[in-house]
Design a protein around this ligand. Structure first.
Ligand SMILES: [Zn+2]
Length: 614
């Protein structure tokens, strides 16, 4: 107060003095006291604001300023080094003041889990805000990754930017793959080692057929239709997916060529035909030789060696399961194309060993068992009932055949004939246990059997159909379908199994006799009571030489004769109602099967060939 009083008193004194001596100009008053002004400039750095930008203040004025951080920032300090906030500044000079702020680094928790059927690459943890975290979801075999709970992404590789606590879970779905397919994938590098089209085809075949087996026709149809919608019949993609992968030298797998294609087309036929119910049977008798005296080639000169071999126990074990699996789809397909004839498999292990012999034509080695002898060892009661034969003997191929430097392959099977034109599948035991060298490497897996064997059985079976219904001219020269230019003009497609599907749908479903009639063994007739019914003219179609035109006659002594147009004759004998050639026949003594319909002879089989009565 003392300080303030002085200027006022002084001012009053001056006023009075000025008032009384106003004319005295020389008497100037003393200068007023000078009040200094200072400028304050306040700024805010990035991440916040200040309560005042400053101004001009009298010396000594105290100004209070507050620094306010933006969201995500914290006040750090003033440019004068103070960390007080709000700060009070006393103006004694021009002052610049700046508030600085620093970004707040939050840390967040990420929790990552995997649902059933897979794993994730991280369980998560605590991360600074803004950290990028990459997570990979990996399905277990038999599952597929579907998406994330906690993210909209459907990619198995997910990158997250952490800005909050997050919980995320990988979702997997079971593919409902059967155990044998899971085992197959596990043994072959996992499902991911196959491309998507290979997986599509193989799984549609295995799962589709499983659906047919449990009667789920609709689901099977969806699966098969899906495959052929994505990869239509005959597309080159079918083969592109196969090259170097399946059914080749050095291929580790044989799941058919094109992969699963034969089986899928057969499944497609089954679905097309409505998978008819059983309404009859075809008796297929499997004749298994327990052992064989095997003549087989040796390296390097294909010199013969003779070994005694037993049939592979895998053929017989578990109630012939391997043979049942190998034919499962084929049998179902035959049932479909015959309108319901079920193949009744019965297994006969004959008592005696067979012989296996080989020939070499300069390209291929052919190795076959003594098929007729094997079938002749089967009891008469079974033989009479059999419509279709299948013989299996120890293999005449050493190993898988890969040690042999031959131009071609070991041929160990095919389609034969027995008796009255009955078809015979001929095979060696190794055919069902390991890949032959031209089809891959190593033992077969159950899935390979299911994927490849329909191809083999269908191929051999079609030889029989083309031979028996030769009026269709579908195999005028062997395997003619491998030359596309030989295909009938109404056949579409490119692959062998396209040819088969076309043959079935465009020819055999309307054939006469029907497949249903023609696949049953013809009715043999006994000549015991009336042998003269065999008299008359016969012809083997097509007639290729004069031996194919025959007249059966009888002389005054009751002796029957087989006379051909080439002028060659031999005797015929009847024993217990059965017809045999005599010992003067150039082909030796053999049974001639006499086939009848309604008590009238229609055909006589000689040398496995039908001679039709005219
Ligand atoms: Zn063939």
């Amino acid at each position: 107060m003392k300080k303030l009083l002085f200027p006022i008193v002084f001012a009053l004194t001056a006023f009075l003095f000025v008032y009384s001596c106003s004319t005295d100009e020389d008497d100037a008053p003393p200068p007023a006291a000078i009040v200094k002004k200072y400028t304050l400039a306040v700024t805010a750095g990035e991440g916040g604001s200040v309560s005042s930008s400053g101004g001009t203040y009298s010396q000594g004025t105290q100004v209070s300023i507050t620094a306010t951080p933006s969201s995500g920032f914290a006040f750090s300090q003033w440019s004068n080094g103070s960390t007080t906030n709000p700060i009070t500044v006393t103006l004694n000079s021009n002052t610049n003041l700046s508030a600085s702020f620093t970004a707040i680094i939050n840390s967040y928790t990420l929790t990552v889990t995997a649902g059933e059927g897979g794993t994730v690459s991280t369980e998560g943890g605590t991360y600074d805000e803004g950290t990028e975290v990459t997570i990979t979801a990996t399905p277990a075999e038999g599952y597929e990754f579907v998406g994330w709970e906690g993210s909209d992404s459907t990619e198995a590789l997910l990158t997250l930017n952490l800005n909050s606590n997050q919980t995320i879970s990988a979702i997997f779905k079971s593919l409902d793959l059967p155990q044998n397919l899971l085992n197959f994938y596990n043994e072959n590098g996992g499902r991911d080692s196959f491309n998507s089209n290979q997986i599509l085809a193989l799984e549609a075949l295995i799962l589709g057929f499983n659906k047919i087996k449990i009667g789920d026709f609709e689901e099977a149809k969806l699966m098969v239709d899906n495959v052929f919608n994505k990869i239509p019949y005959s597309e080159s993609l079918w083969m592109d997916n196969t090259h170097g992968f399946s059914h080749c030298k050095n291929c580790s797998l044989n799941i058919g060529a094109p992969i699963a294609y034969y089986g899928l087309r057969m499944l497609d036929d089954i679905i097309f035909l409505g998978n008819p119910e059983k309404n009859g049977i075809i008796n297929m008798t499997v004749v298994i030789a327990p052992c064989a005296v095997v003549s087989r080639p040796t390296t390097p000169n294909l010199d013969e060696e003779i070994v005694n071999l037993y049939v592979n126990p895998k053929i017989i074990e578990n109630d012939f399961q391997l043979l049942k699996n190998s034919t499962a789809l084929f049998r179902n397909w035959v049932k479909a194309i015959t309108g319901g004839l079920e193949i009744n498999l019965s297994f006969v292990q004959i008592d005696n060993c067979t012989n296996v012999n080989f020939t070499y034509d300069g390209v291929n080695v052919f190795s076959y068992p003594d098929t007729h002898n094997m079938i002749n060892s089967v009891s008469e009661s079974i033989s009479e009932e059999t419509d279709f034969w299948w013989v299996i003997a120890p293999s005449g191929v050493p190993g898988d055949g890969s040690d042999f430097d031959i131009q071609g392959d070991f041929i160990t099977g095919g389609m034969g004939l027995y008796g009255p034109g009955l078809p015979v599948f001929i095979s060696d035991d190794a055919w069902f246990t390991r890949k032959p060298e031209h089809m891959g490497v190593g033992d077969y897996n159950e899935i390979e059997i299911m994927a490849y064997m329909p191809q083999w059985f269908q191929h051999e079976f079609m030889h029989h159909l083309f031979r028996k219904w030769n009026e269709f001219g579908l195999e005028e020269s062997g395997h003619q379908w491998f030359d596309r230019s030989t295909w009938p003009s109404d056949f579409i497609g490119v692959y062998e199994s396209d040819y088969y599907a076309e043959s079935i749908r465009k020819r055999f479903l309307n054939s006469s006799p029907s497949l249903r009639e023609g696949l049953k063994a013809p009715e043999k007739i006994s000549l015991e009571s009336n042998p003269s019914i065999i008299l008359g003219n016969y012809r083997r179609e097509p007639v290729e030489n004069l031996w194919h035109e025959v007249n059966i006659t009888i002389n005054n002594n009751g002796q029957f004769y087989w006379n051909n147009s080439a002028g060659v004759s031999w005797t015929l004998e009847i024993v217990d109602g059965l017809l045999y050639s005599g010992d003067d026949c150039p082909y030796g003594i053999q049974e001639l099967n006499v086939i009848s319909a309604g008590g009238v002879v229609t055909e006589i089989y000689f040398n496995n060939e039908p001679y039709t009565k005219i």
